[in-house]
Design a protein around this ligand. Structure first.
Ligand code: GAR
Length: 226
């Protein structure tokens, strides 16, 4: 089944683009029914328009409170017939009602190895802390920020010379690989959550250790093409 998606993005939209490209390549069995931004004039909206995707702004500043903004976002997603919601640099907390509205089919990507370094400045915070490993996590979303059952993680080395920007670039390259893979597993109905843990095919999975951008560790391993 082709999974109809809504992609929510607040910023530059590179993850949105990586998912759209995988769909174009026939690797990802999904369709982007809506790209929604809570901020007008973003690079993400430009990218969506450039790729011919339906794009819409629901500016949170135009609503009196968080709840009424979220209601409008839910209505827009439903109007476009999306069944799963992909948060791709969407810098707004979503509520439990939001998660339930899409039967738990809400994913997020975060640029750290969760549960470390949640929040809006994960790469900078990790670099300032002096971590020697960092990475990215795709997870099912619950009502807490950057929190919920982990689907896939990818790790990259970090050094004392790194700052937030250098680390962010290294992590982003992996985000563009693991997010489309996680969405494909969702589209294929291969993910099960039991007691807060995510199982892929209900079977043990290999860990892959390879990357064109240098050493990394990805678990579960990516499938061909991702
Ligand atoms: C990505 O690095 C994503 O992991 C991060 O925002 C960036 C969006 O980039 N998300 C968070 O920090 C969520 N807490 P993009 O707009 O180019 O995809």
């Amino acid at each position: 089944m082709t999974l109809p998606l809504a992609i929510l993005a607040s910023g530059s939209g590179t993850n949105l683009e990586s998912i759209a490209r995988r769909i174009e390549q026939g690797l990802l069995d999904a369709r982007i029914n809506l790209v929604l931004s809570n901020r007008p004039g973003t690079r993400g909206l430009e990218r969506a328009e450039g790729m011919g995707l339906p794009a819409r702004v629901e500016d949170h500043k135009a609503y009196p409170d968080r709840a009424s903004h979220e209601e409008a976002v839910i209505a827009a997603i439903r109007e476009h017939g999306a069944e799963a919601v992909v948060l791709a640099g969407y810098m707004r907390l979503v509520s439990r009602d939001f998660v339930q509205a899409f039967s738990g089919q809400v994913l997020n990507i975060h640029p750290s190895l969760l549960p470390g370094f949640r929040g809006a400045h994960a790469q900078r915070d990790a670099a300032e802390y002096g971590v020697r490993l960092s990475g990215a996590t795709v997870h099912f979303v619950d009502e807490h920020m950057d929190h919920g059952p982990v689907i896939i993680q990818a790790a990259v080395p970090a050094s004392p010379e790194d700052d937030g920007d250098s680390l962010a670039g290294r992590i982003l390259a992996l985000e563009h690989r693991i997010y489309p893979q996680a969405v494909q597993w969702l589209a294929q109905g291969r993910l099960r959550v039991r007691q807060g843990r995510v199982y892929l095919d209900d079977a043990p999975q290999p860990v892959a250790e390879e990357s064109p951008g240098g050493p990394c560790l990805i678990s579960p391993g990516l499938e061909r093409g991702f």
